[in-house]
Ligand binder design. Structure first.
Ligand SMILES: [Zn+2]
Length: 241
């Protein structure tokens, strides 16, 4: 069954990203799950399943908006994430919304957050955890990676993978900065359209919803194309004994 989901050129390492159990993906913000892992998630939803844990509420993407203050924007971003997951083949129940304030994750005690995610992993029987990479420059991405390491320490049988979201485009040394961790390419060509559809669910990030915040974030079409057409990349973190 599983072999049908991969093309002949898919490496064994790429097939090994998905095992017989559900995977858990930590997204610092709503949209990171699709940008970084959309193809992997779409494949997982067709096989053993997947669960997305969204760490922050994404409410800082459009500072200064009067029409979309942070509490209203957070509600919308939650809804957009559910829609994106459904477009990737999952269901609403395949997501946990932690809802920490966007940009402030590092100011919260990581221990109870890691404990909560460890419980999710155990209840699902997950043996692979995917987190945004600490090489990404955004503080929430680094804080998510720190929490992911803590989860892996709590669950010794869990394999941990980091996925760079922005670093792969804006950090020329991103491969070297991941050290000796094995790099795995996951071919996502067959998921290109599904990934684009899921990204389009995040309408507030496409300049289509919040119109009164000139400094607000807008994902350019060229970036969407690159995220959808390029292979996804993962680094398996080698845990210290
Ligand atoms: Zn992010």
């Amino acid at each position: 069954m599983m072999g049908d989901l991969f093309t002949a050129r898919t490496s064994q390492a790429a097939k090994d990203l998905l095992g017989a159990n559900p995977i858990v993906v930590l997204a610092p913000h709503p949209d990171d799950e699709t940008l970084g892992c959309g193809g992997l998630l779409a494949t997982a939803f067709q096989t053993a399943g997947a669960h997305v844990v969204c760490m922050t509420d994404g409410s800082a993407s459009h500072p200064g908006s009067v029409q979309w203050p942070s509490d209203r924007l957070a509600i919308l971003r939650d809804q957009e994430l559910v829609e994106a997951i459904e477009r990737l083949g999952g269901r609403e129940g395949d997501m946990t919304w932690l809802g920490y304030p966007d940009g402030e994750l590092r100011n919260y005690d990581p221990h109870p957050i890691a404990e909560r995610i460890a419980t999710i992993c155990r209840e699902l029987g997950a043996d692979r955890l995917f987190s945004a990479s600490p090489v990404d420059h955004h503080a929430d991405h680094k804080a998510t990676a720190d929490i992911a390491r803590r989860v892996a320490a709590l669950c010794p049988s869990l394999r941990l993978f980091f996925y760079p979201v922005w670093a792969r485009w804006d950090e020329p040394d991103f491969k070297a900065l991941h050290g000796d961790w094995p790099l795995v390419h996951f071919e996502t060509a067959r998921h290109c359209q599904r990934k684009a559809d899921a990204l389009n669910a995040h309408q507030s990030q496409l300049g289509q919803v919040v119109l009164d915040a000139p400094s607000g974030f807008c994902l350019e079409q060229e970036m969407i194309r690159r995220f959808c057409e390029e292979d996804e990349i993962y680094f398996e973190v080698q845990q210290c004994p």
